[in-house]
Design a protein. Structure first.
Length: 201
């Protein structure tokens, strides 16, 4: 997506960028805009304090956890984590000796820390939902890349775009719950499709 974004077809949407990017030559981005960069379900590389809302990098907390728990082994070589039955896809791990594990508080207020992700059973924060609807309303096309749209938190935006008469393009290996409203549906991997798109722009 980054390659396509740099060519002016995707626009990153976050609180710091509100207008289309202007290239070095002074030309504005094309009229057809896609939106990129809204982390609907959060990011596993960040940690949030449930008390004061302070965000911090997960790597910083990892260092602190290793210092507080000298026997902690939290590193796996790339490609090995999937083969280790003690590790889970959501970042959880089976820990045999947990009674001595030191859980660290927020450095700012002493509150409880958690990964900045929406876990199953939790709701996407209302402000993020509102921002997501605004992004869909402002878009010319909604592109879904690499999601089965299994949960309603993402599917609702696809349905909203379709009801609004906006084209919906879905790129995913396998069926999705949004296939019935997709204008374009590619049963393919996102890497190949987006790399091909970037190479042909």
């Amino acid at each position: 997506m980054a390659g396509v974004h740099l060519r002016g077809f995707f626009r990153r949407v976050d609180t710091r960028v509100g207008d289309p990017q202007v290239g070095a030559d002074g030309a504005a981005a094309p009229v057809l805009e896609f939106h990129l960069g809204l982390d609907l379900h959060g990011r596993i590389d960040r940690v949030i304090c449930l008390g004061c809302g302070t965000m911090s990098a997960r790597t910083g907390l990892q260092r602190r956890l290793e210092e507080a728990n000298p026997g902690l082994e939290g590193r796996e070589a790339a490609g090995r984590a999937e083969l280790d039955d003690r590790l889970r896809p959501d970042g959880d791990a089976v820990v045999e000796q947990w009674s001595d594990f030191v859980v660290l508080p927020c450095e700012r207020c002493g509150g409880v820390l958690k990964p900045d992700v929406v876990f199953f059973g939790e709701s996407v924060p209302a402000a993020r939902v509102a921002e997501s609807y605004a992004v869909v309303d402002d878009a010319d096309v909604l592109v879904v890349a690499g999601s089965s749209l299994t949960v309603m938190s993402g599917l609702r935006f696809v349905r909203h775009a379709a009801r609004s008469g906006k084209p919906v393009a879905i790129v995913n290996r396998g069926a999705t719950r949004g296939d019935d409203v997709a204008t374009v549906r590619l049963d393919a991997g996102t890497s190949e499709v987006l790399s091909g798109l970037a190479a042909n722009l």
